[in-house]
Design a protein. Structure first.
Length: 214
């Protein structure tokens, strides 16, 4: 059975502070596609190629783990809302990621509605940190909506598949791929040393002296 919180962001709109009056729930089945898909992108955050690849990735994840991960890109109140429950046949082993930038585009973009059965593998702390890593206005501004969505999905995919991971935070390979590969050192320093200009151009200077004189 699906919990009430699993549908809250889709039905009520994401990024609404608890202190504010919550908007009314929405149930608009007419906004659902006429075909089955794991990704409903009403905001065109993703390219058609990205949607196709995501569909395959989420199918494979469900077969491997039994977890149903779905993506809804919306801007409240233009959302199917509660209608996604029957459309996706959501249950306790379901996750709905709602991407909604809010009316002013300043809300945290990502909201994760997680079935109780999934919380055994990925606790609440993980979802909060995932949201605050990829859903902030700063990350979306610098990287784009599609990268925010795809990096979040890749993180969930990895953490659900790896039995030893038990993620409570976003792994470094997704949070900061460059740092995960090179550590705190700048990649250029790895290749050329701490003074790349000195090593690169010293030979050129000596060659010039031979041609033009010291």
């Amino acid at each position: 059975m699906i919990t009430a919180t699993l549908l809250s962001a889709a039905a009520l709109g994401g990024g609404v502070p608890a202190a504010e009056a919550r908007p009314e729930g929405v149930n608009k089945p007419e906004l659902l596609p006429s075909y089955q898909t794991n990704v409903i992108d009403l905001q065109r955050f993703l390219t058609s190629g990205e949607v196709a690849n995501l569909n395959k990735q989420l199918d494979a994840l469900e077969k491997a783990t039994g977890v149903k991960l779905r993506v809804l890109c919306q801007q409240y109140p233009a959302t199917p809302g509660l209608a996604i429950k029957d459309y996706w046949n959501l249950d306790d082993m379901s996750i709905v990621m709602v991407a909604d930038k809010g009316a002013k585009g300043t809300s945290n973009m990502l909201n994760f509605n997680v079935g109780e059965g999934v919380k055994l593998n990925l606790p609440n702390q993980f979802w909060t940190r995932l949201q605050n890593t990829f859903g902030t206005t700063f990350f979306v501004r610098d990287n784009g909506e599609d990268i925010a969505i795809l990096r979040a999905i890749d993180t969930i995919d990895y953490c659900l598949r790896d039995d030893l991971a038990f993620c409570t935070d976003v792994p470094m390979r997704f949070k900061d791929p460059s740092k995960a590969m090179y550590g705190d050192q700048d990649p250029a320093s790895k290749l050329f040393g701490n003074q790349p200009g000195k090593d690169l151009f010293e030979g050129i200077s000596k060659g010039a002296e031979k041609v033009f004189g010291a």
